[in-house]
Design a protein around this ligand. Structure first.
Ligand SMILES: *Cc1c(COP(=O)(O)O)cnc(C)c1O
Ligand code: SF4
Length: 334
C-alpha cells in the first residue's frame, strides 16, 4: 500500500533538497494553512526578489499563524514596495572596499570573499535583494584573483567565506580554494559565514565534514538564526556534526521587527542556540536597504532590548549589538 516508504528513508543529497525548495507563495501559504492570505502577496514584491524557502524550514513554521517569525522572514509583503528615505542600495559601502574580484578588504587582517551570489533561502530583509552578485564572485575563474590578492598582502591573517552563502557552493569548489590557500603562510584562520546549517541542515554531509576536518587552520563557522524556532532536531544534529570537526560555532542574528524584537525572543534564541552548541556573536541592526524599512527597530529600542539581555543572561550568551556603517574600520557597537 505504501511502496514509497523505503524510498523516503534514503538520504537525499542536499542539492536535491535545495532544488525542491518552495518558490511559489501560494504553495508556501497552503503548506502553513494560510491559503486565504495568498491574494495579499504583491506580484511586484515577488518579482523584485523571488521567494525561496527549503521545505525543512517551512516545516518549522507554526501552522495557521500569519505572524509566525519564520514565515515573516521569507514572505513577500506590500511593505517592501514603499520607498523610505534613508533606505538605499549600497547600505554598507562594500562597493568602495573591493580589492579584487569578489574580495572585500575593509577590516584589518580580515579579507572577506564574496564566494557566490547564491543562497538556499531568500531572506526579505537582506541587502542581497538588490545585487547581481553572480558576476562578482571570488569563485569565478578558479578563485585566481582572490588567492592572488590574499597572497600579496601579508597583513591578511583571516579569510572569511561569505556571499551569498558560501556553503551553497559544492564542497569540491570550496576545496579548490582551500588547497590554494594552504600555501600562503600568513593565513592563520578560516571563517565561514553561512545560513545553510540552519535553513538546509542536509548541507552538513560527510563530504563537507571531511573537508572541514582536513583543513590546516582553526575554523569558525558563523551561522545565522534569528529565532529560537529555527532550531530543531535536524539543525541540532548538523551543529553537533560541525562541532565534531573541531570548528567553533557562532551565531549572528539581525534584529527584526515582528520576528525577534522582544527580550523573550532574543533570550530564547541565545539559550536555544547554546543548547545546539552555538555561542551568540553579533546582533545586527538592520542594514538600511530599500524594501526592508518595515523590519527596522530603532536604536533606542535596540539598546533597551540588549540591556535586557545583559540583565538576564550570563555574559557568554549575550551577543554584541552592532551596526555596519560605510567607512568604519569595524562593526560599530551601539
Ligand atoms: C563583518 C565583516 C567582516 C568581519 O567582521 P568581524 O567583526 O571580524 O566579524 C570582515 N569584512 C567585512 C567586509 C565585513 O563586513
Ligand atoms: S545572504 Fe544570508 S540573510 Fe541574505 S538572503 Fe542569503 S542567507 Fe538570507
Amino acid at each position: 500500500m505504501i511502496p514509497a516508504a523505503p524510498l523516503s528513508m534514503q538520504p537525499r543529497g542536499w542539492q536535491q533538497a535545495w532544488r525542491e525548495s518552495v518558490r511559489d507563495p501560494r504553495e508556501l501559504l497552503r503548506l502553513v494553512g494560510l491559503e486565504a492570505e495568498a491574494d495579499a502577496v504583491p506580484a511586484a514584491a515577488l518579482e523584485a526578489f523571488a521567494l525561496r524557502v527549503p521545505r525543512g524550514f517551512v516545516a518549522r513554521m507554526r501552522p495557521g499563524d500569519p505572524h509566525d517569525p519564520l514565515l515573516r522572514q521569507v514572505l513577500p509583503l506590500a511593505d517592501e514596495l514603499r520607498s523610505v528615505p534613508g533606505f538605499g542600495l549600497d547600505a554598507v559601502g562594500d562597493a568602495a572596499a573591493k580589492k579584487a574580484r569578489g574580495v572585500i578588504h575593509k577590516y584589518e587582517g580580515r579579507a572577506l570573499l564574496v564566494a557566490t551570489g547564491s543562497c538556499a533561502i531568500n531572506c526579505r530583509y537582506c541587502f542581497r535583494r538588490h545585487f547581481p552578485y553572480a558576476e562578482e564572485t571570488a569563485a569565478a575563474g578558479g578563485w585566481a584573483d582572490a588567492v592572488a590578492a590574499i597572497a600579496d598582502d601579508p597583513g591578511i591573517t583571516e579569510v572569511i567565506l561569505s556571499g551569498g552563502d558560501p556553503l551553497s557552493l559544492a564542497t569540491r569548489k570550496l576545496a579548490e580554494l582551500t588547497d590554494r590557500l594552504r600555501d600562503i603562510p600568513h593565513v592563520r584562520r578560516l571563517r565561514i559565514h553561512s545560513r545553510l546549517p540552519v535553513v538546509l541542515p542536509e548541507r552538513v554531509d560527510d563530504e563537507l565534514l571531511d573537508w572541514l576536518r582536513g583543513l590546516p587552520w582553526p575554523v569558525a563557522v558563523v551561522v545565522h538564526a534569528n529565532h529560537a524556532r529555527e532550531f530543531d532536531a535536524s539543525v541540532d544534529a548538523a551543529m553537533a556534526a560541525l562541532r565534531g570537526t573541531g570548528a567553533s560555532l557562532l551565531n549572528q542574528a539581525v534584529l527584526l521587527a515582528g520576528v525577534n524584537d522582544s527580550a523573550d525572543a532574543l533570550a530564547e534564541l541565545c539559550e536555544r542556540g547554546f543548547e545546539a552548541g552555538v555561542l551568540p556573536y553579533y546582533l545586527h541592526q538592520l542594514d538600511r536597504v530599500a524594501g526592508t524599512a518595515h523590519f527596522e527597530v530603532d536604536d533606542a529600542r535596540a539598546r533597551a532590548l540588549h540591556a535586557a539581555l545583559v540583565a538576564r543572561l550570563p555574559g557568554y550568551l549575550v551577543p554584541r549589538l552592532v551596526r555596519e556603517l560605510p567607512g568604519d574600520t569595524s562593526k560599530r557597537a551601539l
